[in-house]
Structures are given as C-alpha cells and as structure tokens.
Design a protein around this ligand. Structure first.
Ligand SMILES: CC(C)(COP(=O)(O)OP(=O)(O)OC[C@H]1O[C@@H](n2cnc3c(N)ncnc32)[C@H](O)[C@@H]1OP(=O)(O)O)[C@@H](O)C(=O)NCCC(=O)NCCS
Length: 224
C-alpha cells in the first residue's frame, strides 16, 4: 500500500504592502473605492463615481496632499483608505474638481448627498478617516487592518492624538473591524434621508486615542 501523501502547501500569495498612493495608483484605487463603497458613491455620483473619485485623488496629489493610502499585493491594488488632517482643509477645491469631472448638475447632487455624511471641521489633534475599502476577493485577510495600522502611523507622525471615523450602523463587518482595531463609539446620529440614500438609518462616530512619537510636531507646523 502506498503511504498516504501529505500535501505540502506552498503559499504563493504575496504579502500586503501599504503605502501612499501615487498617480499610477489612481485608477485602481478609484475602482476599489467605487465597488466597496457603492452605497455612498453611487448615491452621490451615479455612474460617474469612478471618474469623480479619480479626479479628487489626482487633485490631492497635484496639491501635495497625501491622504490616500493603498494596500498592494504584488502589482494589484487590493485596498485603499483616506485620511485627512486640518492642514489639508481647503487645499483641494472639492466642488470645482467634481464639477470638472462629472459636470455641474451631478456635482450639485453629489454635494448635497455627501453633505449628509459630512464630519465638520477637524480638531488640531485629529486625523479623520474618510474611507477604508478592500476588494471583495481580498477580504478577511488582514488588508483593512494593515491600512488602519498605516493610517495610525501617519497620523502619529503628524502629531495627531485622535483618530476619528463614521461608520453606518448596519455595517457589522466594519464595526467589528474598528472595534478590534481599538476604536470606540462616541455617538450615533440618525439621518432622515439615510435609509434612502445609503441604506442605513444612521451612523456612529468612533474614536481611537493614539500616541505620537516623541518629538513629532502638531497642527499647522506638521510636515506633509
Ligand atoms: C470592512 C472591510 C474594510 C474589512 O476589510 P478586511 O480587509 O476584510 O478586514 P480585515 O481582514 O483586516 O479584518 C480584521 C478583523 O475585523 C473583523 N471583520 C472584518 N470584516 C468582517 C466582517 N465582514 N464580518 C465580521 N467581522 C469582520 C474581524 O474581526 C477580522 O478579523 P478575522 O478575519 O481574523 O476574524 C471590508 O469588508 C470592506 O471593504 N467592506 C466594504 C467597504 C466598507 O464597508 N468600508 C468601511 C466603511 S466605514
């Protein structure tokens, strides 16, 4: 009788690497965000979501703002996140960029729809996570966790001590992710239009306190 063969597993999956998005990543990151955050982006931009996200990402890069991070496996962009701090406020002309990308009527609609999700002015100690998204075929493999680690490092390097984000109340997967990453709920807001627009009756603000490295600078003095 032949001895039973033990299969030898060769895990050829390349590791996840997270870093700042470059101009070459913009189309791929827009595709990831459009697919993963379809409830938000299709409500705002309809069939023009990818064009709008790509235009905003290009405008940020052109302005020297590096809020987009991408997670790569090999050559593929498999996840993306966006983080902003108060220094970045107003650097990109959001409405003008969207208007040029998708036209005036759609940009007005997008402004209205996304204003429902608006977070408000950022505190000098705060880094705000606007989105975290992972390609459907790469989920539950630590990609979002790696993105959140990188966001935290970036925020800490810029002297921020608070990470904040909003998550819709019915997004159990994201709530579990953020809890596990150390975020805690602060408040929940109901939005009258939310169920129609985003298929959720409300959203929860979550916070995580972080420690900046010694000697890091804060607020307006922080480097890009
Ligand atoms: C939510 C999302 C970003 C998670 O990405 P991910 O790469 O799969 O997350 P991770 O693999 O890093 O998950 C880490 C932990 O979070 C929790 N978690 C993540 N997704 C989960 C899910 N769908 N259900 C339950 N727990 C989940 C688990 O504890 C998981 O650890 P485990 O896999 O060892 O059990 C991804 O599902 C996604 O892109 N969803 C659509 C976009 C979205 O909702 N973004 C958040 C908007 S605020």
């Amino acid at each position: 009788m032949r001895a039973m063969e033990t299969p030898v597993r060769h895990d050829t999956t390349p590791p996840v690497r997270v870093g700042p998005a470059t101009a070459a990543d913009v189309d791929a990151l827009a595709a990831v965000l459009e697919d993963a955050l379809a409830d938000k982006y299709r409500a705002a931009f309809g069939g023009y979501a990818r064009a709008a996200i790509a235009a905003l990402a290009r405008a940020e890069l052109a302005a020297g703002v590096h809020g987009y991070l991408v997670a790569r496996r090999g050559d593929d962009v498999v996840g993306a996140a966006h983080v902003s701090v108060s220094d970045d406020a107003g650097v990109v002309d959001w409405s003008g960029t969207v208007r040029r990308a998708v036209g005036w009527p759609r940009s007005v609609r997008a402004d209205l729809v996304l204003s429902v999700l608006a977070h408000g002015p950022l505190g000098a100690d705060e880094a705000y996570i606007g989105e975290v998204a992972v390609r459907a075929d790469h989920r539950r493999a630590g990609v979002a966790s790696a993105l959140l680690d990188a966001v935290e490092q970036l925020a800490a390097q810029r002297g921020r001590t608070l990470l904040s984000l909003w998550v819709t109340v019915e997004n159990d997967g994201a709530l579990a992710l953020y809890h596990r990453a150390g975020f805690r709920p602060v408040t929940t807001r109901r939005w009258p239009l939310g169920r129609r627009l985003f298929r959720a009756w409300g959203a929860t603000l979550m916070h995580k306190r972080i420690t900046p490295p010694r000697g890091s600078v804060t607020g307006k003095d922080s480097p890009p």
